[in-house]
Design a protein around this ligand. Structure first.
Ligand SMILES: [Zn+2]
Ligand SMILES: [Zn+2]
Ligand SMILES: [Zn+2]
Length: 386
């Protein structure tokens, strides 16, 4: 049945849990799989600050030029090669009731069938529990954002709208395997010192908005803690940009050398201006829960990486090295900069953010930190923290 797949899900009893293994040789640069998230959601402040994106797939709704004008604060800015912009406004739709905007009828229909039916009424009423929930969240979770409470509401709606709600609940639970203590520790980290108070408020608004007697365990305090942990720890960041997609498209054009140079210069100038005006906040940002991706373990020498080649929430896993048949497919939970740090630093970041002690190939073969090229950086880091 799964004859064409390049990977296989396995389960390791040695504490590692789920893992993904290559079923065949996968050359560097090849796609291992693509998947849509079980659920995704744009961040609350990001949306409020007019980073307009499809309410379902997070594809940007501004054209590349509109996007560049807004982010450079320059209404006169004009982009060449407008046909390279992937935003087609004629296809955009809007929910008549709650005004949610979509990139296409397909996205609107899919959202409605998966979770929006149950949330729409509440989203259109400012005094609803769902909107109160979002206020609580926005006031306790300022940018840079890592997750949005609406993701939990969507998750619960998706469970309740599913043909078999209990099965769908199990699917979400399969993302987490922490002890209650670990969860509590994590939620503390996510919400800060008032975590217990915020968690109680979140729980009460979620009950008010979406309670279902058949699924009562979802609505206990422990259930809320589990869901907070789930969105905070397992949510994969998603970033989309119509200007970014336009840049990628024009860079692929066959142009005379002098035109290419002029275009590169224009792009550099625009990015520079954007950075001046908006700092690093250039993308529509959000997060999603991806079930295959969640089976990939971390390694400090990964052989695969996550990409978003379609300018929406569809995730693609790509081999960054040749992968032999039978080899485990591993990604890095650390960014490139963190990956270059010493073993001690890497392990500390992973322990703090993901609560595991890394035992990857690199960590088990790395010598003492003294021999590590980045040990100087680590010292200065420690000084900064003190
Ligand atoms: Zn869409
Ligand atoms: Zn609606
Ligand atoms: Zn490691």
């Amino acid at each position: 049945m799964e004859g064409n797949l390049r990977y296989e899900k396995q389960y390791s009893e040695s504490g590692k849990g789920k893992l993904l293994v290559a079923r065949c040789f996968i050359p560097k640069g090849a796609e291992i799989f693509s998947e849509e998230p079980l659920i995704s959601c744009q961040f609350a402040w990001n949306k409020l600050y007019k980073y307009k994106a499809c309410d379902h797939c997070m594809k940007p709704l501004e054209t590349a030029e509109e996007n560049a004008k807004r982010l450079t604060n320059d209404p006169e800015l004009a982009l060449p090669f407008k046909e390279q912009c992937s935003v087609t406004k004629e296809r955009h739709t809007q929910c008549q009731k709650c005004q949610a905007e979509y990139c296409s009828q397909e996205c609107q229909t899919q959202a409605y069938q998966l979770y929006h039916r149950m949330l729409c009424d509440m989203l259109s009423s400012p005094s609803s529990s769902l909107n109160k929930l979002q206020e609580i969240w926005k006031n306790s979770h300022y940018p840079p954002e890592t997750c949005n409470i609406l993701l939990i509401a969507r998750m619960i709606a998706r469970i309740r709208q599913a043909e078999n709600p209990k099965l769908m609940f199990q699917e979400f639970l399969s993302f987490v395997h922490d002890t209650s203590d670990q969860e509590q520790q994590y939620v503390h980290k996510l919400l800060g010192n008032q975590f217990s108070e915020i968690q109680t408020m979140v729980n009460s608004e979620l009950r008010e908005a979406l309670f279902d007697e058949d699924l009562s365990e979802i609505f206990s305090i422990e259930g809320t803690q589990k869901f907070l942990c789930l969105i905070g720890r397992n949510g994969q960041g998603v970033g989309t940009s119509s200007f970014g997609t336009w840049v990628k498209n024009v860079e692929d054009l066959e142009l005379p050398e002098s035109d290419k140079t002029a275009l590169d210069l224009l792009i550099d100038q625009i990015y520079e201006k954007m950075n001046e005006v908006n700092g690093h906040f250039l993308n529509c940002e959000g997060s999603g829960l991806y079930s295959l991706h969640s089976c990939c373990n971390h390694s400090c020498t990964p052989n695969a990486e996550v990409q978003f080649p379609y300018g929406n929430h569809t995730l693609q896993l790509v081999a960054t090295k040749d992968i032999e048949s039978g080899e485990e497919i591993e990604i890095s939970y650390l960014d490139d900069c963190q990956l270059r740090r010493s073993k001690a630093t890497r392990q500390q970041i992973l322990l703090e953010n993901y609560m595991f002690l890394c035992q990857c190939n690199k960590c088990t073969t790395d010598q003492d930190d003294e021999t590590d090229e980045s040990s100087d950086d680590d010292e200065s880091d420690e000084n900064m923290e003190n």
